[in-house]
Design a protein. Structure first.
Lengths: 306, 550
């Protein structure tokens, strides 16, 4: 197990290196002079030249690349073009906000999908199963912004129960979490149902039932644990999608998260912030994959022995 | 200002009052103190430093903290603000302003003639983004502690309305010198009724009441919080729910529904912003005046207004570039026409034929005399200006009916901005969908920056690379003409020349909307895309009735 963890952690180093190289290329491939972009419209030539020198844009590309890599590995991702704050200071609080939203959304998706998927498999090919199938297909087909806006109009305006914008109380979390989690809940419900239908038809389930085990234990202990493997994989991928989908959800609900920060930085060409946001998004994705691998090993002993 | 202008301004003010009806009556009630105004804006503030940003969203933010020498009113007239009064030399090259006394910047430094002179001289030295509209500005000089002069190389008829343009607000020289331009990008220090307290870029900005504000008894609110909500549907929902007190740029298709809500009031006014297609005159086909006119006649402008703007978000243009409320505006339509260059496909096809473009091989696309197909690109953004992409798609359809193949190239905002600021040899667009706003409500800006030969990009904003000796002559005359009637005459002749040359395709004029809760009073909407509310107030009893508790 330790070998597995160390191996996966070592894999993160070249992944991070490639990521940082990509971000450097991104900055230099975008059309336009970065010094002019930083200086702003109509800035005098002297200001542009000053920025070019101060940021080292007048140096050969390989020297700029070396310096950038060195800075990033020291935790320095540059400073925002507008706020002049270090990128890390802008990004870290947003990561926490986005992480809260993503974590709660996946928790919601997991609970809903495990319940609905198992119930659907238990009542396979019966009206309840068909109802769950229709609901989950609707969830898959509905774009996040539609779910969000429908939620706003029904729960906030029509019923007046929930607030729309911000994150100052637990009530502010409900709509964004449901909006962001509903797509994943729908996808995972389909997967859980499929895996559970397969698992419930295995010989060991027949044996458990023949031995008189209660149906609850048969489903949630014997079948679910064996059905979990593909679900865990999908869960890991789902968390990545949730982080990506948070951009739309954060925009709709005015959530001060990393997704909105990234969109705003793109719109205002605050490239250091864009780079920093992509870097942290990608690192979170890599970390989630590492966690999924570890859970995988925990769920399936064969992986540990390999 | 002559009698006719005063009368037209008064008539406009009267009509606004009549339209506002009950709203006006409510605003006459005694203002109440206290409370926080929550205002949802549509976009992001690129920078809070007036010297480097012309974005109307940012202007609408810093007006709470930073004041101009003069201020524009809803009817387009100009009132004194930080300047109590002004006199103009007989040659109209020197303006002397008498400033308000006892005014302080938020950092405690004194607002005086030295401060005003510094801001304008710095604008010239550091080429602030608005310096183009101070054409011929030589220097500002403190003539006394509260008297400042501005001198120009030639008479400048439009200075006073131009000084009302929000980016020309007087920021604190002390803060600027101490902290630099970059710091000012996130901190606005002026003399205004509110002091900036919080700023989270892309999220919100919060101002608190300035206890030392120079206009005694004002402001009424304790604080103003401006949040960024990009989605118009969400802004509508926030307003309906009462989570915000006011918002702008609501979806035109939502307005009818919102107007049925008795707790919400909606105001719609024509703006000074007109949509147009910049035609690149370096492209041989577009250098031909008949082709340009044909494109104008091929556009079903009423169809655009109805289908894209729900008959609410735009109105048909009655004059080229200028719209009602702008100084010198005149209705330039021919009798019986609903707009300039009214939709007439048959006439458009005839003009194309006269220019040598016909569908010779009957494939639906016109060819020139050498048989080359007329295919053009159209650069646009998606969401840069309300309805832009839909308008671009309609343009593609209208020009297809004329036999012109149009490829739409959608660029993200920053890339679009880069693409349309190139000079004639570098510009890659054949056509670009743009809009031209006149934030000063004076034609000097479009005359000096939009159609002048010397204003070809990258210097000015003439993105068509249009050149006309007569248009240049009239622009220069109007720029320096002292006599009101003569100046208006030059402006009208200038518009006539534009109709004759059709340098662009003229499209509808955008309308602005402002939605607010009915308990909010004293806020305004200006046709120059400003929505000031520094002296607004909240009716607490009405808020309670509507169950709004914050």
């Amino acid at each position: 197990m330790i070998r597995l963890i160390v191996g996966r952690l070592l894999f993160m180093v070249p992944a991070a290196f490639l990521l940082v190289s990509f971000l450097f290329a991104l900055f230099h491939l975008i059309p336009g002079d970065p010094a002019v972009m930083l200086a702003g419209d109509n800035a005098p030539r002297s200001v542009v030249e000053g920025i070019r020198e101060a940021y080292g844009f007048d140096q050969p590309l390989h020297i700029q690349y070396g310096r950038y890599i060195a800075k990033v590995f020291q935790g320095d991702l540059g400073i925002s073009n507008y706020t002049r704050d270090p990128v890390v200071n802008s990004v870290i609080p947003r990561i926490i906000n986005t992480a809260q939203l993503a974590f709660l959304s996946m928790l919601f998706a997991m609970v809903v999908s495990l319940l609905l998927g198992c119930v659907s498999a238990m009542y396979w090919n019966r009206p309840l199963d068909k109802f769950v199938t229709v609901v989950s297909l609707l969830g898959i087909c509905t774009p996040v912004f539609v779910t969000g806006l429908l939620g706003i109009y029904f729960f906030s305006i029509y019923l007046g129960w929930l607030p729309i914008s911000g994150m100052s109380s637990w009530r502010h979390f409900i709509l964004p979490v449901i909006t962001l989690g509903s797509f994943q809940a729908a996808v995972l419900t389909r997967m859980v149902r499929s895996c559970m239908v397969d698992a419930l038809g295995k010989d060991y389930i027949t044996t458990a039932r023949a031995k008189g085990a209660p149906e609850f234990l048969v489903v949630f202990k014997h079948a679910l644990r064996n059905a979990l493997l593909p679900i865990v994989t999908l869960f890991g991928l789902g968390l990545g999608h949730t982080l990506g989908g948070s951009v739309v959800t954060e925009t709709i609900f005015n959530w001060p998260g990393l997704g909105r920060l990234m969109v705003n930085s793109i719109l205002t060409r605050d490239l250091p912030i864009t780079q920093g946001s992509i870097f942290f998004f990608a690192m979170i994705f890599i970390l989630v994959n590492l966690l999924v691998d570890l859970v995988y090993a925990w769920v399936d002993p064969r992986i540990r022995y390999d | 200002m002559n009698l006719r202008r005063i009368l037209s301004a008064a008539a406009a003010a009267l009509s606004v009052c009549v339209l506002a009806g009950g709203i006006a009556l409510a605003q006459d009630a005694k203002p109440q103190y206290g409370g926080e105004l929550v205002y949802a804006q549509a976009g992001e503030q690129f920078s809070l430093f007036p010297g480097r940003n012309l974005d109307s969203g940012a202007q609408d933010v810093w007006l709470y903290a930073c004041e101009n020498l003069v201020e524009m009113n809803e009817d387009g007239s100009v009132s004194p603000l930080l300047a109590k009064s002004w006199t103009v030399s007989t040659d109209r090259k020197k303006f002397i302003f008498e400033l308000q006394q006892g005014v302080k910047f938020h950092d405690g430094s004194a607002f005086d003639a030295e401060a005003v002179a510094f801001v304008f001289n710095e604008a010239k030295a550091k080429k602030f983004i608005y310096s183009n509209i101070l054409e011929g500005f030589e220097a500002a000089k403190a003539e006394g502690q509260h008297s400042v002069s501005m001198t120009f190389t030639s008479p400048f008829a439009a200075l006073i309305p131009n000084l009302a343009y929000r980016p020309l607000c007087i920021f604190s020289p002390t803060a600027y010198k101490k902290n630099g331009e970059q710091w000012m990008a996130t901190n606005i220090v002026g003399t205004g009724p509110f002091i900036q307290k919080e700023f989270s870029k892309g999220e919100h900005i919060r101002f608190v009441k300035n206890p030392d504000y120079w206009q005694k008894g004002k402001p009424y609110l304790d604080a103003v919080k401006i949040i960024n909500v990009p989605d118009p549907a969400v802004r509508s929902a926030l307003l309906e729910k009462g989570e915000i007190d006011r918002t702008v740029r609501l979806n035109d298709f939502d307005l009818a529904r919102l107007e049925k809500n008795k707790d919400v009031k909606i105001r719609v006014v024509p703006s000074t912003r007109q949509y147009y297609i910049a035609l690149n005159h370096m492209v041989p086909a577009l250098a031909h005046v008949n082709v340009r006119k044909a494109f104008n006649y091929a556009m079903d402008k009423a169809g655009i207004v109805k289908s894209v703007f729900a008959d609410r978000g735009a109105i048909l243009a009655k004059a080229p570039t200028l719209s009602e409320g702008v100084y010198g505006y005149a209705d330039m339509r021919n009798p019986g026409e609903d707009t300039i260059f009214p939709f007439n496909l048959a006439r458009a096809k005839e003009l194309m034929k006269n220019a040598g473009y016909e569908d010779r091989n009957k494939d639906g696309i016109v060819e020139d005399v050498k048989g080359a197909k007329l295919a053009l690109n159209l650069f646009t953004r998606r969401g840069g200006t309300q309805g832009d992409f839909q308008v671009a798609q309609l343009i593609q359809t209208f020009l297809k009916d004329l036999g012109v193949e149009v490829r739409i190239q959608v660029l993200e905002s920053a890339a679009f901005g880069d693409a349309i600021k190139l000079g004639p040899t570098d510009a890659k667009y054949d056509m670009a969908l743009l809009s031209w706003g006149i934030p000063t409500a004076d034609p000097d800006e479009p005359m000096m920056l939009f159609t002048l030969t010397q204003a070809w990009k990258p210097v000015g904003s003439n993105r068509m690379f249009y050149s006309s000796e007569e248009v240049d002559r009239l622009s220069m005359l109007a720029h320096s003409e002292i006599d009101d009637a003569k100046r208006k005459g030059y402006v009208k002749q200038w518009m006539g020349e534009l109709l004759r040359d059709a340098p662009v395709v003229y499209l509808p004029v955008l309308a602005l909307n402002l939605g607010s809760r009915s308990y909010l009073h004293g806020d305004r909407i200006l046709s120059v895309d400003n929505y000031p509310a520094p002296f607004a107030w909240l009716d607490k009893d009405e808020m309670k009735k509507q169950n709004i508790r914050r």
